[in-house]
Design a protein. Structure first.
Lengths: 144, 144
DNA sequence: ATCGTTGTAATCTTCTTTGATACATCCATA
DNA sequence: TATGGATGTATCAAAGAAGATTACAACGAT
């Protein structure tokens, strides 16, 4: 199973908003064309990023902007904003292990802390990557 | 999106096989009862673990065994054995970014190495956890 | 008042996971 | 060597998630 494309789309969106902020009105339609998905998908993600305080979206006149400094937005912020399923628990545990079996009764006690540790390692890596670094790389590649 | 329960089920299975090896014939039916899923789900996973050289399964007479020392089986081995989707790539990337847009054209160059780095951090953590450590914890909890 | 845009609901398709049934194949052993 | 308990695997169904698409009310600058 994979982490859904919402995450990579969201990062793509933020890069677009920042890269084109001076030259275009960055609407859901505009972003959708760069990402190559339906504009409604973009608007839904914009709402999630807005709730997380990452972007601002203007009704009426239209267009999206970054809501706070890029070095205060980490990949983990973006991930949590758009990928929030089941309270952010990465591993899906089988639902009803048999409590009458010693293993079934203790499987959570055995595994939960380890699964959490793995998830934490991944999140720490994401927290260490800011959109500001990513934008520096992007600007080097985008000769606009 | 979450990592499927196949992973936690597979670990549960291995613990069962090891914990009951001296007292029971550990059949798919037996394991299914502990995990509380359909026996066919267990058999399918047993096949995947077998292909990975983690367990041995006896036809005819029935029963499963661990195929190699527990300290040579890591959580990453188990994860890769049962969770192998899309060549083990964790993040699903949106399929067709617009090549006519500078951002769409470069999004992979910008993100691929970072996504890989995150995945690698997670895998490193899983590689550091062996079934032998897990079994030690399990044995402490299972007064059989 | 108009027009372009956002916010959001509703529906549809596709894909993946898991559950379940069925049955051919296998193998120890009686 | 026939049998009975298991495995190996095909097939289908059910449920859930993701994403595509259409539709339209609400908004706000002009």
């Amino acid at each position: 199973m994979q982490i859904s494309s919402r995450f990579t789309i969201a990062v793509h969106m933020i890069i677009c908003i920042e890269a084109f902020k001076d030259t275009h009105k960055v609407t859901s339609e505009f972003i959708a064309s760069s990402v190559n998905v339906n504009p409604v998908v973009i608007r839904r993600l914009l709402q999630q990023l807005k709730k997380a305080g990452i972007v601002e979206v203007k009704r009426g006149s239209g267009g999206a902007d970054i809501a706070r400094p890029l070095d205060e937005i980490t990949l983990l912020d973006v991930y949590n904003a758009v990928e929030s399923v089941d309270n952010g628990v990465l591993f899906h545990f089988h639902e009803n292990p048999n409590q009458l079996c010693p293993v079934g009764r203790n499987i959570h006690a055995i595994m939960d802390s380890r699964l959490q540790e793995i998830q934490t390692a991944m999140e720490a890596k994401m927290r260490a990557m800011t959109l500001s670094e990513i934008m520096e790389d992007a600007n080097r590649l985008l000769e606009l």
